[in-house]
Design a protein around this ligand. Structure first.
Ligand SMILES: Cc1ncc(COP(=O)(O)O)c(C=O)c1O
Length: 405
C-alpha cells in the first residue's frame, strides 16, 4: 500500500515501526498516516483538474474519520467539508473551516438540527420534503436537494444508499425521482433558490461497479434540467457524492479516478452542465487505507478444528467486519512473513458471536503477545467505536507526529 512497508520482517507505517507504536501507546490503537491522506487527496485533486471541470471542490465526508489532525490536513490542502450533523459542523468550525467551506447532507433531521442550520450560511442538501417544510431559512437562501436517482451502488447492501430497496433493506435516503417536483414546489413557495443537486449512491465501490454510476448521473442531470426549466434559472452546482472505493485485497483494482471524472465531465458537457461547479464528497477514498488498527493477541487456541486468535479489541472498536461484512487484511506486525503459516480465525473480546475480524485466514504462525494490524481501518473505524461491554474504545495516533506548540 505504499505507505505500509516491511523492513526486517516488521511492519512500518510511514517511518514508524508499528510494534514500537503499539508498545508506546498501548493497544488497541488506530494509527493514521497523514502523509497518505495527503497523497490520496492530491491524487483525487489531480484527476479532477485533468478531467477539465470548470470549477470543482473536494468536500471531505468527515463522518468517515473526524480526527482533528486528519481534518487539519484536509484544510491545509485546500479541502472542504461534507458534514452530516450539528456536532460535525461545530468540530469543522473549531478546526477553522467556515460556513462557505461546509456542505451539509443529513437525514431524519430534527427541528433542532434544522434550527441550528438556519442560523448558519451552510448549504444544506435536503433529503426529505419534510425537512424543507420545517426549515426556517430566510427567503432567497440557497439550498440543495439530495435526489435518490433510483440507482444504488455500494460494496455491500448496507453501504448502498440509492434505489428503493437493496436486497431486503428499504432505502431511506434522498428524494425519490417521482417526488422531486413536489420539492421544487416547496422551494418556490418558500422563496429559496435551488443551487445544488446532489446524489450519493453508496460507499466503497470500485471495479466493474463503476460503470453503474453513469445511469445514476444521467438521472440526476435529468432532474437538474427539469429544475432549470421549471424554476427558470441555472443550477450552479452538481454534487456527485462520495463512495469512491479502495482495494480491500490485492486482487481488487484501484479506483480509476481520471477515467471516471473524464466521463462525468463528458456527461455534464453533453447535457449542458459543463459550466456547473462540481462537488465530490469522498470519505473512504481519502482515509481508509491511511489507517490501521493495531491490536494485541492474548489467546491462541484450537476449538472444533479451528485455530482461534483472540485479540484485545472487538466490534466495539472496529465494527466494519461485523456490520458490513467487509474483508480487511490482517498482518502480524512483528512477523509479517514466516515459513510456518497457520489458518487462523481472528476474534475480538466482545460477547457477541459476530465479533470476528477474519475467518480462516492464512497467517504467519501467531503467538500470544504478537501484534496484529487490521488494514483499511482509517474510515468508519474509531468514529463508530463505543464502550460496549464496558471495554475501552482504544485511541488514535497520527504519523508523522504533529509538531508541538
Ligand atoms: C452524503 C454522503 N456523502 C459522502 C459520503 C462518503 O462516502 P464514502 O466514505 O464512501 O466516500 C457519505 C457516506 O455515507 C454520505 O452519506
Amino acid at each position: 500500500m505504499g505507505h505500509l512497508t516491511v523492513r526486517g520482517n516488521e511492519l512500518f507505517i510511514g517511518e514508524e515501526p508499528v510494534v514500537e507504536l503499539a508498545r508506546k501507546y498501548g493497544t488497541p490503537v488506530y494509527v493514521y498516516n497523514l502523509k497518505r491522506v495527503e497523497d490520496n487527496y492530491l491524487r483525487m485533486a489531480d484527476a479532477l483538474r485533468k478531467a477539465g471541470f470548470k470549477e470543482w471542490e473536494i468536500h471531505y465526508a468527515m463522518k468517515a474519520n473526524n480526527n482533528v489532525h486528519v481534518l487539519e490536513t484536509i484544510r491545509e490542502l485546500g479541502g472542504k467539508i461534507d458534514a452530516t450533523s450539528p456536532g460535525e459542523v461545530k468540530l469543522a468550525w473549531e478546526v477553522g473551516f467556515g460556513d462557505g467551506d461546509i456542505i451539509f447532507t443529513g437525514t431524519s433531521l430534527s427541528n433542532g438540527d434544522l434550527e441550528f442550520l438556519s442560523g448558519t450560511e451552510i448549504l444544506v442538501n435536503f433529503d426529505s420534503l419534510s425537512s424543507i417544510r420545517r426549515f426556517r431559512g430566510e427567503p432567497f437562501r440557497k439550498v440543495g436537494l439530495r435526489v435518490n436517482t433510483g440507482v444504488g451502488i455500494g460494496r455491500v447492501e448496507k453501504t448502498t444508499t440509492g434505489g428503493s430497496e437493496i436486497g431486503s433493506l428499504p432505502v431511506k435516503f434522498g428524494i425519490p425521482l417521482n417526488r422531486v417536483d413536489e420539492a421544487f414546489d416547496l422551494i418556490e413557495e418558500k422563496d429559496y433558490t435551488l443551487s445544488c443537486l446532489h446524489h450519493h449512491v453508496g460507499s466503497d465501490w470500485t471495479g466493474p461497479k463503476v460503470e453503474r454510476y453513469f445511469p445514476a448521473l444521467r438521472n440526476l442531470l435529468d432532474v437538474a434540467a427539469r429544475a432549470e426549466e421549471r424554476l427558470g434559472y441555472r443550477i450552479e452546482t452538481i454534487d456527485l457524492g462520495g463512495g469512491y472505493g479502495v482495494p480491500h485485497s490485492e486482487d481488487e483494482p484501484e479506483f480509476p479516478l481520471y477515467d471516471f471524472f473524464s466521463r462525468v465531465k463528458e456527461h455534464l458537457d453533453e447535457r449542458g452542465f459543463g459550466r456547473a461547479k462540481v462537488i465530490v464528497e469522498p470519505g473512504t477514498y481519502l482515509v481508509s487505507d491511511a489507517g490501521i488498527l493495531v491490536v494485541q493477541v492474548n489467546t491462541v487456541e484450537e476449538k472444533n478444528g479451528r485455530i482461534f486468535v483472540g485479540v484485545d479489541a472487538g466490534l466495539n472498536v472496529f465494527n466494519s467486519p461485523a456490520l458490513y461484512n467487509y474483508y480487511h487484511e490482517v498482518v502480524v506486525c512483528n512477523r509479517v512473513a514466516a515459513e510456518e503459516t497457520v489458518t487462523a480465525t481472528v476474534v475480538g473480546n466482545i460477547c457477541e458471536s459476530g465479533d470476528i475480524f477474519a475467518v480462516d485466514r492464512p497467517l504467519p504462525k501467531v503467538e500470544e503477545g504478537d501484534y496484529l494490524a487490521i488494514l483499511n481501518a482509517g474510515a468508519y473505524g474509531y468514529v463508530m467505536a463505543n464502550n460496549y461491554n464496558l471495554r475501552p474504545k482504544g485511541r488514535e495516533v497520527v504519523v508523522p507526529f504533529p509538531e508541538g506548540p
